[in-house]
Write a protein that binds this ligand. Structure first.
Ligand SMILES: Cc1ncc(COP(=O)(O)O)c(C=O)c1O
Length: 442
């Protein structure tokens, strides 16, 4: 497979072999969230080859395979671990590998209190663990707080905190009762029609000044779930004061602050955890996606005093399986050895400058935002109204795939960019050229 692709290709998607696979999957898989008919044969670094021989530059995989598709060190570590042991029922037994991974994950989160780690298989499960741990330790506090636009998972507990799209909620309520959602700091389209900074961060202060007086008794709240940058909601970066104020309110009212780093964490924003940009940390920290370079592994890293402390209160089967542990260890090693967090910061600056230039040429791009290599452009009907232009966003996405660039949508009108952190400038230039052409065609 070529490692770069200078010319912009034009593919018919799906190709003939791909079409047959699309039909087979459609017949047998439950409806999910398919974006494009890319039918993968192999993937390496940032390149994906489909079953018809088309090669794509993948600017989606950094969200999960942050070290790149099939990083040789990660792949080797997994293969070697498969020879050693695959499954030893890690919640029941012990291993040096599990001890090391727990220690290294605990160290990711600064804090005076010691940390404990719950190993699991998905971001959803990491959030469920936070939900249960905080409920277990604060049994009289049965309320939870989340933010509009948030995504915390799809099982009934985590879904109760998710409030990103109606499709995720319709027919599923009430999954758990007494979850209150308040608007997030969405400055580009402020729900209160205010402007930063003259708003004095009303979206954060309203929690204490209005909700805690009229609707939510704070001493009944066990946890507040916060994404440091809203992912599914559209790559919304809040002003630092927003996180500071919410963190402070949580602290003063004995409410556990759950920092959901499943999407924003593990280096892609130019910090290991995105909340580090704001100089604070959570009582509970959910990590997933990129922590295993593509292997289904996640973790809840919580203040030691939030541990369950009673055998059987919470556990699982596959948490701490050999492949997951080997993948986390190798991912953290590669991040350090290849200085991928620093790389995300540097290349993110390069990439966002290119996206801003692109926005100068295309008035349909209303906003360019993000941190590090977690970036987005937002399509508007016009810059004055800032109304979502979902149709145009979707057409642009379609053209990008035809021209060999894999991207994902976010929110109602944004395209998100999360290339693997091993991306280079040439690949960024190529992606921007494809975008430029796709926007013109759309
Ligand atoms: C912020 C956030 N939390 C939780 C989840 C759920 O993770 P998973 O799909 O691994 O269960 C996601 C998934 O997109 C996410 O973006």
């Amino acid at each position: 497979m070529p490692q770069t692709s200078a010319a912009i290709p034009t593919y018919v998607l799906p190709g003939p072999k791909g079409k047959a696979v699309v039909e087979r999957e459609t017949a047998r898989l439950t409806t999910g969230t398919k974006t494009a008919p890319v039918v993968v044969k192999s993937a390496k670094g940032l390149l994906v080859e489909d079953v018809d021989g088309n090669v794509f530059l993948d600017f989606t995989n950094g969200m999960v395979a942050a070290t790149g598709h099939a990083h040789p060190k990660v792949a080797t570590a997994i293969a070697e671990q498969a020879e050693r042991w695959l499954f030893i029922n890690s919640p029941d037994f012990y291993s040096p590998l599990q001890a090391e991974v727990a220690e290294r994950l605990a160290k990711l989160v600064p804090g005076i209190a010691g940390k404990k780690v719950f190993l699991c298989n998905s971001g959803t499960e990491a959030n469920e663990a936070a939900l249960k741990a905080t409920r277990w330790n604060k049994p009289t506090r049965k309320r939870l707080i989340g933010f509009l636009g948030a995504f915390h998972g799809r099982t009934m507990g985590a879904n109760a905190l998710t409030a990103s799209k109606i499709a995720q909620r319709a027919r599923f309520t009430s999954n758990i009762p007494d979850v209150h959602h308040v608007p997030y700091a969405t400055c580009y389209r402020c729900p209160y029609k205010m402007s930063y900074p003259s708003c004095d961060i009303w979206c954060a202060r309203i929690l204490e000044e209005v909700y805690f007086k009229q609707l939510i008794p704070p001493d009944e709240v066990s946890a507040i779930f916060v994404e440091p940058i809203q992912g599914e909601g559209g790559y919304i970066v809040p002003p630092p004061e927003f996180i500071h104020i919410i963190r402070d309110i949580a602290e003063r009212h004995g409410i556990a602050y759950v920092d959901d780093e499943v999407q924003a964490g593990i280096g892609k924003t130019g910090k290991m955890l995105a909340i580090e940009h704001f100089g604070v940390s959570g009582n509970c920290t959910s990590v997933g996606k990129a922590v295993g370079s593509g292997v289904a592994v996640a973790a809840q890293i919580l203040d030691a005093d939030l541990d369950f402390g009673q055998s059987g209160a919470h556990s699982n089967t596959f948490g701490g399986n050999g492949i997951g542990l080997a993948a986390v260890k190798a991912t953290l090693d590669v991040m350090e050895e290849e200085k991928l967090v620093e790389r995300a910061r540097e290349l993110g600056e390069y990439f966002i400058a290119k996206l801003r230039e692109l926005a100068e040429r295309h008035p349909a791009i209303g906003d360019v935002r993000g941190k590090g290599l977690m970036l987005a452009i937002d399509f508007v009907t016009d810059r004055a109204s800032r109304n979502h232009n979902t149709e145009l966003r979707d057409r642009v996405l379609g053209r990008c795939f035809v021209h060999g660039l894999m991207l994902l949508p976010a929110g109602f009108s944004a395209i998100r960019f999360t290339p693997a952190l091993v991306v280079d400038r040439e690949q960024i230039d190529h992606a921007v050229a494809v975008l430029d052409r796709s926007i013109r065609e759309a």
